[in-house]
Write a protein that binds this ligand. Structure first.
Ligand code: ZN
Length: 264
């Protein structure tokens, strides 16, 4: 859910996903043992495995980020990026202080005020472990979704959203959902033009499968809850897949005007 403040906005990719997986991680008696619980040699090996896995995910996401920023630079013109260069910042944990004290989730977050995407590798590892359907393609998608929010900033969509919310405050939740689906669509535009991903049907299929796994309805049922549309933050699996495909098939940002779409 976007948060409105004078200095900018923080928008998240995986708030609900993160909350759900954190709850699954810490609730109940079948929580996994931490390295500290294990015998010495095993604990050391597990710790090294965790470090290797973390370094691998960080390298993979850095590659995806470089690919996505280069792709959007080609699409929008380098001049725009040179005046407002988005940054990717790996942090141990995403904190409100990263975005002027705005409330933000544990998941990947784009802060419009400092044009930075904050990513906790630990959080990404957790997502990959808790939701095996997500995989590398899904994690790369999450970063591309956050860069989609930067494209929204460049294209004036934050101002459009704010104006619509002022005009119809009772539609704020729906508008926020539409805004998130625009970022999914823009990630689809990236996937359609990316040198690395556009050529790989398998990678695109993996992203669609990942999106199917992280719809709000799917997460709610996967974590034992009832489907509650009033708690949606990013859209159902069907909505997320639909808008990602819209961007993928049409390959331009104009395809992603979800704020104005009759149906979403
Ligand atoms: Zn988002």
């Amino acid at each position: 859910m976007p948060v409105y403040r004078r200095r900018g906005m923080a928008v998240c990719a995986a708030a609900a996903l993160t909350v759900a997986s954190a709850a699954a991680a810490f609730a109940g008696s079948n929580a996994e043992a931490t390295p500290a619980d294990l015998p010495g040699s095993t604990a050391a090996r597990v710790q090294i495995d965790v470090q290797v896995q973390g370094a691998r995910i960080k390298a993979m996401l850095s590659d995806a980020w470089a690919d996505a920023t280069a792709t959007w630079s080609n699409l929008l013109g380098e001049r725009i990026f040179q005046s407002d260069v988005p940054q990717l910042n790996f942090v141990p944990a995403v904190r409100a202080s990263h975005c002027y004290g705005l409330y933000i989730s544990a998941g990947p977050v784009y802060c419009s005020g400092n044009t930075t995407v904050f990513v906790s590798v630990t959080n990404m590892e957790d997502l990959a472990r808790r939701l095996p359907g997500v995989g590398d393609a899904g994690l790369a998608f999450l970063v591309a979704h956050e860069l989609g929010h930067h494209v929204q900033k460049i294209n004036g969509r934050f101002r459009t959203l704010a104006a619509l919310v002022r005009a119809t405050p009772y539609h704020q939740r729906e508008l926020a959902l539409r805004f998130e689906l625009e970022a999914d669509c823009l990630a689809g535009v990236w996937a359609s033009k990316s040198p690395k991903f556009a050529a790989s049907e398998g990678a695109r299929a993996a992203m669609i499968a990942s999106l199917d796994a992280i719809g709000d309805d799917r997460i709610q049922t996967a974590t034992g809850g009832k489907v509650d549309p009033s708690a949606y933050t990013h859209g159902t699996s069907a909505q997320r897949v639909r808008w990602f495909k819209e961007g993928l098939d049409r390959g331009n940002a104009e395809a992603c005007d979800v704020l104005s779409a009759n149906m979403f």
